[in-house]
Write a protein that binds this ligand. Structure first.
Ligand SMILES: Nc1ncnc2c1ncn2[C@@H]1O[C@H](COP(=O)(O)OP(=O)(O)OP(=O)(O)O)[C@@H](O)[C@H]1O
Ligand SMILES: [Mg+2]
Length: 585
């Protein structure tokens, strides 16, 4: 789609409003066109006819004209501002929705601060250009054409003299607009860069402060802001020069007209009133040309924002519902990896998962273990369809995930991540994230099943306690139990559990373990295991190294076999009585 068609598609929903706005602009423009003629009449009434009666009538007429024009301005201004605001809101909403549909690999390659900058700064620039500037440009064009027509009918030769000032102006506008376009593109980029730096420092504030790296972060942000400032200076200078040139051209036209016109008046070829009208029309023309060139520059400066916003819209989610997707109303939870190979887009030559075949039936618990970087998390994310395999297939109930509706796949799976994300809100809201329609009783039931009810009961406001940003910070074990409660509420056929590696005390450890075991009942479970208790209870232990399955079997059989698994056990699992925690697998 060309940018112009895209603009048209953005404006289309507001066509009605903008047309009415344009209509009232045209009317107020016509009123503007009448003013010089009326003023010219007033001058002749005073100077030539010396009639005060006429003068009074004409002045009253002028006031009425200005009142009409003010009322139209009010209407037009309200219509344009409200259309602009709606368009901004709509565009932001659509961009946000599109961002949510993009897969994790998109976010691996981007930085949050930069994306937020597009959602805010770029969309704002674009919205203004497409409504306010566009409608204004329309009005100025009409005023310009009308004034020129009137001027030509009044005095063609004088008009010709005035137009001498036009060509240099147009040339200047073209040159300036190109410079402004380039500068504003760089400026928006610099602004986005500084946003990234600020966002990273703020979201990593604990790390920054723990390493006392505030001065470096300050410098890093300061440098980026300086880059933006230098660009802003350059663009301000360009604009200032541009305005000066436009003003000079306008006044030159005025002087040319006054000069030649006054000569004509002296020679008796023109009345003083006609000259007044002519001068006022010249001013109207100069103002219209000035704002048109100005708006041309602003539309150009929006083109950088357009590119950046459209780039996101044009990113087609690589992972989406296939056409004619098969619905999966009641998933049984039969999971199968069939000779799955997968390489991350950023490292296409290295398979993070390399030829894995694995089945998990309902009621089975498969524990993934293996050295760090072995591909455990990657395998789990393939089951969630965060990525599609490079070759082979992941299947649910015998159907390739790529033939199912994405929402059905994700509805069938409950995830307890290693690092649980809590949204800013109450404990109850965070648990209800598992199933938004759940009643309070169901939320509490899920919390009990997750062995979370006791610690929630001890929080300052129990289920109404605020957590997440600006709330109580829960411990790792507590957060994991909130995540387990979410999954209980969701009641999926398949569970993916990424055990926390951090040490829990023996009592919490026991509670978390019990919560997990209840969660696994009757479901197909894939556990990235870090605890001895988990691998002992697993139906099967699968050892992943360099993306390949190198051993599989029960804990006892593998331990007895004395291979990689035994070495991992001896090195990394701590004895159960000490908290049964392993690091780094
Ligand atoms: N988003 C990514 N882009 C590129 N490479 C990645 C990405 N995520 C992981 N990798 C690479 O893929 C390989 C497997 O990583 P994965 O996270 O699956 O290992 P893991 O077994 O979960 O390790 P750990 O036990 O440390 O969590 C690693 O070599 C890792 O560097
Ligand atoms: Mg991992």
């Amino acid at each position: 789609m060309s940018p112009w068609r895209w603009y048209a598609s953005l404006i289309r929903p507001y066509t009605g409003r903008l047309l009415v706005a344009a209509g009232s602009l045209l009317l107020s423009g016509s009123v503007t066109l009448l003013v010089p003629a009326v003023a010219g009449r007033a001058v002749d009434a005073a100077l030539i006819e010396r009639s005060l009666g006429d003068l009074n009538t004409i002045m009253l007429g002028l006031i009425v004209l200005f009142a009409i024009s003010a009322a139209l301005d009010y209407l037009e201004s309200w219509l344009i501002q409200s259309a602009a605001a709606r368009m901004l809101a709509g565009l932001r909403g659509r961009l946000h929705a599109h961002l949510l549909s993009l897969p994790p690999s998109f976010y691996d390659a981007r930085r949050t601060g930069e994306l937020l900058s597009r959602l805010n700064a770029d969309v704002g620039t674009l919205g203004d250009a497409l409504t306010r500037d566009l409608v204004n440009a329309l009005q100025r064009t009409v005023v310009l054409a009308g004034s020129l027509a009137i001027l030509l009918s009044m005095h063609p030769r004088l008009t010709g003299v005035m137009l001498l000032a036009l060509p240099p102006l147009v040339a200047a506008a073209v040159v300036f607009a190109r410079r402004i376009e380039r500068l504003s593109e760089k400026e928006q980029e610099a602004l986005a860069e500084s946003n990234v730096a600020a966002e990273e420092a703020l979201s990593g504030i604990r790390t920054v402060q723990a390493f006392a790296r505030e001065p470096e972060e300050r410098r890093r942000y300061g440098k980026l802001i300086d880059v933006w400032l230098a660009l802003e200076f350059r663009s301000s200078r360009t604009w200032a020069l541009f305005h000066a040139v436009v003003a000079f051209a306008g006044f030159s036209a005025f002087v040319l007209v006054l000069w030649y016109g006054a000569t004509l008046v002296v020679q008796g070829g023109l009345t003083a009133g006609a000259l007044t009208a002519f001068l006022l029309y010249t001013m109207t023309v100069a103002t219209a040309v000035g704002s048109l060139t100005n708006m041309f520059g602003r539309l150009k400066s929006a083109s950088g924002a357009t590119v950046r916003v459209r780039e996101i819209f044009e990113t087609v989610p690589g992972i989406a519902d296939p056409p004619g997707a098969v619905p999966l109303p009641r998933p049984r939870g039969e999971v199968a990896f069939r000779d799955v190979r997968f390489a991350y887009p950023s490292a296409p030559d290295r398979f993070a998962v390399d030829g894995v075949s694995l089945e998990i039936r309902p009621g089975e618990v498969v524990a993934l273990v293996g050295p760090s970087g072995g591909g455990k998390s990657t395998l789990a994310s393939l089951l969630l369809r965060f990525h599609d395999p490079s070759s082979g297939a992941v299947a649910l109930d015998g159907a390739d995930l790529r033939t199912l509706r994405l929402a059905d796949v994700r509805e069938a799976i409950g995830l307890v991540p290693q690092d649980v994300f809590l949204f800013g809100g109450t404990v109850a809201e965070n648990i209800r994230f598992g199933r938004p329609g759940a009643t309070d009783a169901e939320v509490e039931g899920a919390a009990k099943a997750a062995h979370a009810a006791d610690f929630i009961g001890r929080l300052p406001a129990a289920y109404a306690t605020m957590v997440g940003e600006r709330g109580v910070r829960l411990s790792t074990g507590e957060r994991q139990r909130i995540a387990v409660a979410r999954v209980f509420l969701k009641n999926p056929a398949v569970v993916i559990l990424d055990e926390a590696t951090s040490a829990l005390d023996a009592a919490s450890e026991h509670l978390v373990q019990q919560a997990f075991e209840r969660l696994f009942e009757g479901r197909a479970t894939l556990v990235i295991a870090h605890r001895l208790a988990t691998v002992r209870k697993a139906t099967r232990v699968v050892v992943l190294e360099h993306g390949k399955i190198v051993e599989q079997g029960t804990h006892d059989a593998l331990f007895a076999a004395g291979g990689l698994y035994r070495r991992l056990c001896e090195l990394q699992f701590v004895k159960e009585g000490d908290g049964a925690v392993a690091h780094g697998i």
